[in-house]
Write a protein that binds this ligand. Structure first.
Ligand code: ATP
Ligand code: MG
Length: 437
């Protein structure tokens, strides 16, 4: 029989216990920073009606043209695994009547995303995004507040040396003129532009500015820039944003070439770049999307948001030697001699676990010697050996595995409290013990 050799799909990752503490650290920081800024978590389905993404992300984008995982399930409509988080959140906000609640709605999510891309470091087919959305404010103060949150998340994780680039890509009214100028400019290069960009020339020439092909991006370097075409309202919004960022001491560069990869953006767009993590350097992308809520069937409502790629945050955090939470090690290993003692350790472990300690006992059927070897291997902080005599006497010897020091603890109602004291003095030193006597 042929050997079964099933590997994980290309562009996906296993997150093993050795790595998961780093993920938990980053997810924890994202969640607590978002909550400090008044955001609530929202969870939406992993797959959505394909039309949702075609409509919001845009049918001339790479995401919709090349990268969607689309499935048709029996007799149903066509579904797509979410390539990004915003579209689903906005659909959910409309569908659940949240547009009638107090504005601004501030929502965050941590979710898997799926894009059929060429896998490389920091670019996967299944990846994870932490995203924040603000719905129901057109003020540039909101843009600045959102950028401040993104900057704080990076800082709290311990990622240093990132650069913030901002731009304004205007609104439909200023974009009409700009699109004409772009079409005129790129028409000169129809012999050299890639096939996708040729098709974009009619449909959405701004997308050419985001093309990853070196030839197209070379040509795009000298294309007209949107900032020269902004209408008064968009210009004022952008100027206000810059002055607020200045006042808050948040450093940025204006980069008139950023358009971002999704069609729904209007006015402000921004990116945080981390230069020391390789070619996939954008750790955060975001901006305003004032037309999206209405486009998806809701009332005309301004909104904005960002998303960070957690894989890239992780690469950056490691690069910056950020600190991660430790895996929780075993507090106490309860070894046993004989059946009665085994049952006693099971009961004791349950009580300890109920009080929040990590407790282990022998669920393998090992000899005492092998049990102690195992306790060593898992780095248990304390161990206790319980035999028939100990149960009879009602006392166990709890041993500090590092120093060999022994504490005699009564096997009665006082056990949990006494063990807690022993563990506290192990972790923090004796002075942290409350004076109980
Ligand atoms: P890029 O230019 O790097 O392809 P993008 O414009 O497609 O990024 P967004 O759609 O704005 O990115 O997604 C927000 C963030 O999600 C990105 O800044 C990045 O950190 C992360 N991201 C996007 N695509 C991937 C991917 N395939 N693998 C890992 N992370 C990704
Ligand atoms: Mg992309």
């Amino acid at each position: 029989m042929a050997e079964l050799n099933i590997k994980r799909p290309k562009g996906t990752q296993d997150i093993t216990p050795k790595e998961v503490n780093k993920w938990q650290t980053i997810e924890g920081v994202c969640k607590s920073a978002a909550e400090d800024y008044g955001f609530s978590e929202i969870r939406t389905p992993t797959f959505e009606d394909t039309k949702l993404f075609v409509r919001s992300v845009g049918d001339a984008t790479d995401v919709v043209q090349k990268e969607m995982y689309t499935v048709t399930s029996k007799g149903d409509s066509e579904f797509t695994l979410k390539p990004e988080g915003t579209a689903g959140v906005i659909r959910a906000v409309i569908e659940n009547g949240m547009l009638n609640e107090a504005f601004p709605q501030k929502l965050f999510y941590i979710t898997q995303c799926f894009r059929h891309e060429k896998p490389q470091a920091g670019r996967l087919r299944e990846f994870h995004q932490f995203g924040c959305e603000m719905i129901g404010t057109k003020s540039p103060v909101a843009d600045a507040d959102l950028i401040m949150l993104a900057a704080d998340v990076l800082e709290r994780i311990g990622i240093t040396g990132t650069k913030l680039n901002i731009n304004s890509i205007g609104c439909p009214s200023c974009r009409a003129e700009y699109t004409k100028a772009l079409r005129k400019y790129f028409s000169k290069y129809t012999d050299t532009l890639c096939e996708t960009c040729i098709s974009r020339l009619e449909k959405n020439p701004m997308r050419i500015l985001d093309c990853k092909s070196p030839v197209c991006s070379g040509i795009a370097k000298d294309a007209p820039v949107i900032l020269d075409y902004l209408c008064d309202e968009c210009k004022e919004h952008f100027d206000k944003l810059k002055s607020i960022l200045d006042a808050m001491g948040i450093e940025y560069s204006v980069n008139p070439r950023i358009v971002r990869g999704l069609d729904y953006y209007t006015k402000t767009v921004f990116e945080f770049i981390c230069d020391n993590i390789g070619a996939q350097a954008t750790v955060c992308g975001g901006g305003r999307y004032d037309g999206l809520v209405q486009d998806l069937g809701g009332a005309d409502t301004p909104a904005l948001g960002f998303a960070m790629g957690i894989e890239r945050l992780l690469i950056a955090a490691k690069q910056c030697n950020a600190e991660f939470i430790e895996h929780l090690n075993c507090d106490i290993y309860l070894a046993s001699i004989g059946e009665d003692a085994l049952l006693k350790t099971a009961q004791l472990a349950r009580d300890l676990r109920g009080a929040g300690f990590v407790a282990e006992y022998d669920i393998v059927g090992r000899s005492l010697n092998a049990q102690m070897k195992y306790a060593n291997k898992i780095n248990a902080k304390f161990s206790a050996v319980i035999g028939y005599d100990d149960i009879k006497k009602g006392v166990v010897r709890v041993k500090n595995m590092e120093t060999g020091e022994i504490d005699n603890l009564s096997l009665d109602d006082s056990f949990l409290d006494r063990f807690s004291d022993v563990l506290t003095s192990y972790v923090f030193g004796d002075e942290f013990l409350l004076d109980k006597d």
